[in-house]
Ligand binder design. Structure first.
Ligand SMILES: NC(=O)c1ccc[n+]([C@@H]2O[C@H](COP(=O)([O-])OP(=O)(O)OC[C@H]3O[C@@H](n4cnc5c(N)ncnc54)[C@H](O)[C@@H]3O)[C@@H](O)[C@H]2O)c1
Length: 335
């Protein structure tokens, strides 16, 4: 199939593109290579993708003029997987406008391209942060999500809602994912695992919020990317439920799916596993919980399981080890 992946130079997009290319699909990877974090890491990911003859690279911003719409007009995608976004909970306090531009205006341009090309399925990455101040655990897709705590979460909720409107008005099948803390090799330098490993290696302190007493539903990237690719063929049909707690809309072919491991891990246990893998103790800089951060995330994975017959299964111990091995190999290769 002809598939556009936005955010293809990003952490998750890179894995999704690799799977699609290995399955023989033609992939247009669209990414701005923005400098939110190390651009060299994004280039290195795309360099690997460019080794496949079925990969086309396009570097541009989603929100700029009609570039994305014109690219789509030429490429004629059957599927769009929209992963590009200004991500990060903490940066949203510093630069909120970046979230409006990329996540609201950028997503609107993707919707327009989807409408114009009459695509079979539009898949969109939202976030567990959409559950905001919800207290009921685990978070389930049909729970209310009306209390976003950051502009990041608010723009992702806006994306879910905008897509519902287009799904209804133009009969575009949409699956919106809520990803739960994704980690693994090639991971993002702004995320905790990367910062912890880097600082421990460099004998610098690591910032630990709330005494490390936070639980996160850490989800291994390869597990998640495989589920995203499997869901391409699970095209939502208005009102047709696959299980008792399906989030399928009653008026549009639109569905929300949590992708998380469903087994939250205490941050302190995560840190201990990094120390074990690196053979070195962390120097801890203890800090209070940050504005916009929540003390726990936990995914209800039953809908994901009903749709694809599996949920992310890699243990955090294996996942952290894989990350540490990659980090040492990529940043400190033995000559
Ligand atoms: N990693 C996680 O834990 C996590 C959790 C929840 C949701 N998500 C969502 O999953 C998606 C992928 O996340 P990721 O971790 O791979 O992030 P990432 O930052 O590594 O990837 C996003 C990519 O999008 C590109 N991009 C950003 N703004 C753009 C724009 N305006 N136009 C074109 N390209 C643009 C960036 O250059 C980057 O390569 C995002 O939508 C993110 O919000 C990620």
């Amino acid at each position: 199939m002809r598939i556009i992946v936005t955010g293809s130079a990003g952490f998750i997009g890179f894995y999704v593109c690799k799977i699609l290319l290995s399955q023989g699909h033609e992939v247009l990877g669209f990414d701005s290579f923005n400098d939110y974090y190390d651009v060299e890491l994004k280039k290195a990911r795309h360099d690997i993708l460019k080794q496949h003859s079925n990969f086309i690279e396009k570097i541009a911003k989603l929100e700029d003029d009609n570039i994305f719409i014109e690219e789509a007009r030429t490429f004629k995608p059957e599927i769009i997987i929209h992963l590009a976004a200004q991500a990060g909970v903490r940066y949203s306090l510093e630069n909120p406008r970046a979230y409006i531009d990329a996540n609201v205006i950028g997503t609107f341009n993707v919707m327009e391209a989807a409408r114009e090309n009459n695509i079979k399925h539009l898949l969109f990455s939202s976030t567990s942060s959409a559950y905001g101040a919800n207290k009921k655990m685990p978070f389930a897709e049909n729970d209310k999500a009306d209390t976003p705590l950051t502009i990041y979460a608010a723009t992702k909720r806006a994306g879910e809602a905008m897509l519902h409107a287009y799904s209804y008005a133009h009969k575009i099948p949409v699956t919106a994912f809520r990803f739960f803390t994704v980690y693994g090799p090639w991971g993002r330098p702004d995320m905790a695992l990367f910062k912890f490993v880097k600082n421990i290696i460099e004998n610098k302190p690591i910032d630990v919020y709330n005494g490390g007493n936070m639980v996160r539903d850490f989800t291994y990237v390869e597990d998640l990317a495989n589920i995203v690719c499997t869901l391409i063929d699970k095209i939502p049909q208005t009102g047709i439920e696959v299980c008792g707690n399906d989030s399928i809309s009653s008026v549009a072919p639109w569905r929300l799916v949590n992708i998380g491991r469903g087994e939250p891990i205490l941050l302190n246990d995560f840190i201990t596993q990094i120390e074990n893998c690196l053979g070195k103790k962390a120097i801890r800089n203890e800090l209070p919980i940050q504005t916009g951060d929540v003390s726990a995330t936990s995914a209800d994975t039953s809908l994901c399981n009903a749709l694809v017959g599996s949920t992310p299964s890699t243990s955090y111990k294996d996942g952290v080890k894989a990350f540490c091995d990659w980090y040492l190999d990529f940043y400190m290769p033995k000559i």
